[in-house]
Design a protein around this ligand. Structure first.
Ligand code: NAD
Length: 260
């Protein structure tokens, strides 16, 4: 018996086998879940198809989250294939590279809009469209980062978008809670992925975390996948509207003297 036997759902945000969404998909599959995947553009599709197929996925659809039409088409197709869904994984973020370098002060109106739309509003848009097919007891998960609360060099507009994303989690959890549907965020530690490579000097941040996190290491997509599995399963049945840190304890540490 797997923790997710008989459960089905969508995983959005696999770009390759380094993606956090891929770690989540593998954990859910291991425990018996049936999965549907999405991609944006042909280059990502070429990577996602073989990965999704290796986990027996029957639904592999395009979905650019800045398009309501594509979101609606995804949910219509999901209804045909799965009927209702028990989980929805949102592991998506984007900001122009220019906005993830130097000072926050130079953020442009256009750059702010794109970051907010793709990285924050998309969760609300997806949950709204999925609402009619979310099964009672369903679990929605998004991915956040420490930069929502603390100023991290170069993270800039993405930190502002993550703050909006975490607030959206609470509002969505309140709206869907009466139907037993839960919405949570995982605030993951730094992981070397495609998205992370867009953040200026990410390597040095990644190194710094390994030196200063309570567990003295970075996290893996397996660490995040296992926590997502817990949040999707009935084991977390009373957890909603929350932000769960999977960061090897980086966020609990105060300032350190250089010789520590
Ligand atoms: P990733 O590059 O593997 O995944 C990001 C995904 O977002 C990609 O699959 C990409 O195709 C998708 N995406 C971008 N724009 C899109 C759009 N318009 N429509 C649909 N999909 C779109 O990187 P990742 O690090 O696995 O990122 C997943 C999530 O985890 C993001 O929300 C990211 O902010 C968050 N996160 C990452 C880290 C880290 O250090 N890597 C830490 C904390 C949180």
């Amino acid at each position: 018996m797997g923790l997710m036997d008989g459960k089905k759902g969508l995983v959005l945000g696999v770009a390759n086998d380094h993606s956090i969404a891929w770690g989540i998909a593998q954990a859910l599959h291991r425990e018996g879940a049936q999965l549907g995947f999405t991609y944006v553009g042909e280059a990502i599709e070429r990577r996602v198809r073989p990965l999704a197929t290796s986990l027996g996925a029957t639904l592999i659809e395009p979905c650019d989250v800045s398009s309501d039409e594509q979101i609606d088409a995804l949910m219509a197709h999901t209804r045909e294939v799965f009927g209702q869904i028990d989980f929805l994984i949102h592991a998506i973020a984007f900001a122009n590279k220019d906005e993830l370098n130097g000072s926050y002060l130079k953020t442009t109106r256009a750059g702010f809009r794109v970051a907010m739309e793709v990285s924050a509003y998309s969760l609300t848009a997806l949950v709204k469209a999925a609402d009619p097919i979310l099964a009672p007891g369903a679990s929605v998960i998004t991915l956040s980062y420490y930069g929502a609360h603390k100023v991290l060099t170069n993270y800039n507009v993405m930190g502002v978008a993550k703050a909006a994303l975490e607030a959206s989690v609470r509002y969505l959890a309140a709206d869907l809670g009466p139907r037993g549907i839960r919405v949570n965020a995982i605030s993951a530690g730094t992981i070397r992925t495609l998205a992370a490579s867009g953040v200026g000097n990410f390597r040095s941040l990644h190194r710094n975390v390994a030196e200063h996190a309570a567990l003295r290491r970075n996290v893996t997509i397996e660490d995040v996948g296992n926590t997502a599995l817990w949040l999707c399963s009935d084991l977390s049945s009373a957890v909603t509207g929350d932000v769960i840190y999977v960061d090897a304890g980086f966020n609990i540490m105060g300032p350190r003297k250089s010789e520590d």
